[in-house]
Write a protein that binds this ligand. Structure first.
Ligand SMILES: NC(=O)c1ccc[n+]([C@@H]2O[C@H](COP(=O)([O-])OP(=O)(O)OC[C@H]3O[C@@H](n4cnc5c(N)ncnc54)[C@H](OP(=O)(O)O)[C@@H]3O)[C@@H](O)[C@H]2O)c1
Ligand SMILES: *[C@@H]1O[C@H](CO)[C@@H](O)[C@H](O)[C@H]1NC(C)=O
Ligand SMILES: *[C@@H]1O[C@H](CO)[C@@H](O)[C@H](O)[C@H]1NC(C)=O
Ligand SMILES: CC(=O)N[C@H]1CO[C@H](CO)[C@@H](O)[C@@H]1O
Length: 343
């Protein structure tokens, strides 16, 4: 019987899905538009509120701190490099953050996550926004990892790191009817070679927080951010090597980024805080990256083929021979497409 029902559904659902889409999509789009207008008017004022940012020592996290600071929020800044955090804290105070707490910690360690949430709430008495932003990337082919466990820190940082802090923050966010902001990545749906672990960790993050959003209902808002390419240490060429060390390699960066325009980190941070304050469910910056979702759904073979053709090289050739790097080199587009800070 169940087989029969499934057979009927296999045939029938496409037609049903199509008609429901035709009937429901226009009113839903209208409603969504009206709601987004309303949300822009009644946007959250974070002045005097408490915002915790992980990965605040550089890149997107650092500039999120500045953006929240300009709006008068109190900050708790988390990362491993204390001196970098102290510098970010000083600039944040100068920009308007009333109180800034610096807590050096490793998001991969569950005890550290417990401690920084606890310290923040003990110090400020509340927590309003939790920004799960700390993350690392890889730039090696899967087969190049001779010790496969060398790649484990990617999942530990990007996935587990954001989950530990969320676990300890939720009771406090419930009290303040607060928000969770997650810096995932467009890599969550884009199969970029040399980034298997990175893209997997980001896809895991996206579906985790989508599911959590259903569990939480309206009590805690969740904004999932899927950036394209943003000016930061990551796009300067910082990544986890196949030997398991954090390294800087500008040539490899050129291979991976190629002639794709890199968005300014200031604009990215402003877009994220605007979006979080509006209570958006999703944000993609730069917004043109959204078109790649359509490619993924309707032209997956072409997307995979283009990525393979431009980025991948056989084992006999060095990665710097990849067409993506050659295009960048021949056209001289780097000066136009990359912000000066990462050239
Ligand atoms: N830049 C892009 O193009 C881009 C695109 C899509 C998504 N993203 C995502 O954006 C987020 C921010 O990255 P970014 O681009 O701004 O790169 P970034 O400049 O390298 O910043 C990464 C931040 O994460 C922190 N971090 C790394 N591992 C940590 C750990 N175990 N514990 C605590 N903090 C840790 C780093 O600080 P310490 O080293 O001091 O600990 C640093 O502050 C990441 O999740 C990244 O995946 C970036
Ligand atoms: C935000 O709230 C603060 C006080 O909490 C107030 O001084 C400020 O004017 C508000 N800003 C806006 C844009 O409403
Ligand atoms: C958390 O804070 C409380 C004080 O509010 C303290 O008693 C407790 O030991 C702290 N726990 C951890 C793990 O830091
Ligand atoms: C435009 C550009 O960057 N050209 C470089 C291409 O690569 C050669 C050799 O690596 C460089 O000498 C050029 O400057």
């Amino acid at each position: 019987m169940n087989e029969f029902v499934n057979q009927i559904l296999n045939i029938g659902t496409s037609a049903i899905a199509f008609t429901t889409l035709i009937c429901f999509l226009p009113p839903i789009l209208c409603l969504r538009f009206c709601l987004s207008c309303l949300k822009s008017i009644f946007t959250e004022n974070v002045s005097g509120k408490v915002v915790l940012i992980t990965g605040a020592s550089s890149g997107i996290g650092e500039h999120l701190a500045y953006e929240y600071a300009r709006r008068g929020a109190n900050l708790a800044l988390i990362a491993r490099r204390r001196q970098h955090l102290e510098n970010v804290a000083e600039t944040s105070r100068y920009l308007g953050a009333p109180h800034v707490l610096v807590i050096p910690a490793d998001v991969c360690k569950v005890e550290d996550s417990k401690r920084f949430i606890n310290e923040t709430v003990n110090h400020f008495g509340r927590l309003d926004h939790l920004v799960n932003n700390a993350g690392i990337a890889t730039m090696s082919m899967f087969e190049e990892f001779t010790h496969i466990t060398n790649a484990a820190p990617v999942m530990e940082t990007n996935f587990w790191g954001s989950i530990y802090s969320t676990h300890f923050a939720i009771p406090h966010l419930r009290k303040s009817r607060g928000k969770i902001i997650v810096t995932a990545s467009s890599g969550a749906w884009l199969p970029a070679p040399r980034m298997t672990f990175y893209t997997a960790s980001k896809a895991a993050q996206v579906i985790f927080f989508e599911t959590l959003r259903v569990e939480l209902g309206g009590d805690i808002g969740i904004t999932i951010v899927t950036p394209g390419l943003i000016e930061s240490e990551l796009t300067k060429g910082k990544f986890l090597s196949k030997e398991g060390n954090m390294v800087f390699d500008k040539e490899m960066r050129d291979v991976q980024v190629s002639a794709v325009p890199v968005e300014s980190v200031d604009r990215c941070a402003k877009a994220i805080v605007d979006s979080a304050c509006r209570g958006d469910r999703y944000l993609t910056v730069p917004s043109w990256m959204k078109v790649t979702i359509l490619w993924k759904i309707f032209l997956p073979e072409i997307l995979e083929w283009c990525n393979r053709m431009s980025l991948a090289t056989g084992p006999e050739k060095p990665p710097t021979e990849a067409p993506s790097k050659k295009i960048l080199n021949f056209t001289g587009l780097q000066r136009i497409m990359y912000p000066p800070s990462i050239q």
